[in-house]
Write a protein of this length. Structure first.
Length: 133
């Protein structure tokens, strides 16, 4: 029993050393991994072989992308990708606000929904533009 525990500790230490400096899993990776697994399961029920091949191929490509992101050493770029994904998810979930981009500086601006036509002032460049909410 002690022998097995020692082997498992060595494996755990080796994996910890291997993953040092690598990005690991985040919300974007988990979401893509679940979507690709669901796609692979759905492909089992597709009767058309060419369509099945397309769905399975897309699922495997997504899984390889998750593996690439997990083992990547470019942590800043992976962090930016995850941050953009989380911002997109927040926008989809936010039912009480609309999001616009400033025509001059492309800064995202959040305004309340249901106020009709309003004049929006960009907080970054102070550009004024009119939009309907």
């Amino acid at each position: 029993m002690n022998f097995i525990r020692k082997i498992l500790q060595n494996i755990s230490a080796g994996l910890t050393r291997f993953m040092a400096g690598r990005y690991g899993m985040d919300q974007l990776s988990r979401t893509v991994l679940w979507a690709s697994m669901i796609g692979a399961v759905i492909a089992l029920f597709i009767p058309v072989p060419l369509a099945r091949l397309a769905v399975v191929s897309a699922a495997y490509i997504a899984m390889f992308w998750v593996i690439f992101r997990t083992f990547s050493r470019n942590t800043y770029q992976r962090y930016r990708e995850n941050r953009r994904f989380l911002m997109l998810i927040d926008r989809v979930r936010d039912k009480s606000h609309r999001y616009y981009t400033c025509p001059r500086c492309r800064q995202p601006v959040r305004v309340p929904r249901g106020k009709g036509k309003i004049a929006i002032t960009c907080p970054k460049c102070k550009e004024k533009f009119v939009k309907k909410t």
